[in-house]
Design a protein around this ligand. Structure first.
Ligand code: ZN
Length: 360
């Protein structure tokens, strides 16, 4: 019936809290219905941090389920999703913590942040270059072999200390802490040694390219595409961003050349723009949201042509982005692509994938 489901970690304790807070029978019954639905159909878990209550959690679960149901059956959805309530009036996704923060109730924007998490997981699984990036950050941008040597020496000292502590019958809690640190460093060393196997593929491009800056515009494109397809509205992200501004009155930073209205128009999937003829402005490089205007337009045409289902288009877009990113960073003489090249190369990849599917 459903492709993917989410569940509360503690539905029953949440329910009693819900009753106590609201004391409204109708709402309470609704909460039970939601909780049972999500509990009995559970495949994956959502962990809520700093949750203000079950009503907030259930609204989030509804949005995540809407996205998950839309994804193709063979999409490898996350086993666990972490959602944090933010005291700030914003929504965001942390790439380092793999955590979505929610401080405003705008479901389309939550969908956008969740799409970041989905693509991030996909990139982690399909782009060893992204793991290499994290490994280098883990050792503060040192050469990996030097970072590994430092960690190894740290590990040796801890192991020696543990032997000494045990001889001296040191406090059990202290010994436990050292054992935890040892386990943590051993796990980091496994990750670093794995990444180090790919050092020759990435060391040159890592020195010359900012992987994060390179990937993020693709991420924003993907997250906006997911919202537009799931809601069946090419203007969804513009509308959601306007709603966010009305609720928070917080203006995001804009490229100097743009008004707020012009900036928001980059979030829609417009008609009649062509990658071949589009006139790119240099400042479109200044924001991760303004780099794929003609691609968005051509993407809309591809979706409208119906060569493949909308849900399959999400997967094909993720595949194209992962391959495009990996190709760019896996070069001995890395180059920063122009905006036209970025739009064109991604579009070509996507078209090849779609035509391969229609031939099946
Ligand atoms: Zn985003």
């Amino acid at each position: 019936m459903f492709k993917f489901f989410v569940t509360l970690l503690t539905p029953y304790s949440s329910l009693s809290a819900f009753k106590g807070t609201h004391g409204d029978n109708m709402q309470y019954l609704l909460a039970i219905a939601f909780a049972l639905f999500f509990t009995f159909t559970a495949h994956a878990k959502v962990e809520f941090l700093n949750s203000p209550g079950p009503y907030w959690e259930q609204k989030i679960l509804v949005t995540l389920t809407q996205v998950n149901e839309f994804l193709p059956a063979h999409w490898n959805t996350p086993d666990k999703v972490r959602i944090q309530h933010s005291p700030q009036p914003d929504l965001s996704y942390s790439f380092t913590k793999q955590l979505v923060s929610v401080g405003v109730d705008v479901s389309d924007l939550l969908m956008h942040e969740y799409a970041h998490l989905l693509l991030d997981k996909y990139i982690h699984e399909h782009c060893p270059g992204w793991s290499y990036f994290f490994a280098r950050k883990m050792v503060q941008d040192k050469e990996l072999k030097d970072g590994i040597a430092d960690k190894q020496s740290n590990l040796n000292s801890l192991k020696q200390a543990l032997i000494d502590f045990e001889k001296d019958e040191f406090s059990q809690q202290y010994i436990k802490n050292v054992q935890n640190s040892i386990r943590q460093i051993e796990s980091q060393l496994r990750f670093l040694n794995n990444a180090n196997k790919n050092d020759e593929f990435y060391r040159q491009s890592y020195a010359q390219l900012n992987y994060y800056k390179l990937l993020i515009p693709y991420h924003e494109l993907f997250a906006d595409a997911v919202v537009s397809l799931v809601t069946n509205n090419w203007f969804a992200m513009k509308n959601a961003s306007q709603k966010m501004l009305e609720l928070t009155r917080v203006h995001p930073a804009l490229p100097a050349a743009l008004t707020w209205e012009e900036f928001l128009n980059y979030r829609i999937f417009d008609i009649n723009l062509k990658v071949e003829t589009y006139s790119f402005a240099s400042w479109e490089n200044d924001s991760p949201y303004t780099q794929f205007a003609p691609f968005r337009s051509e993407f809309r045409v591809l979706v409208s042509n119906g060569f493949t289902s909308k849900s399959e288009m999400i997967l094909k877009l993720a595949e194209s982005i992962a391959q495009e990113f990996e190709t760019q960073i896996r070069q001995t003489k890395p180059q920063i692509l122009s905006l036209r090249e970025k739009n064109l190369f991604l579009l070509e990849r996507l078209k090849i994938k779609i035509s391969a599917m229609s031939e099946i």
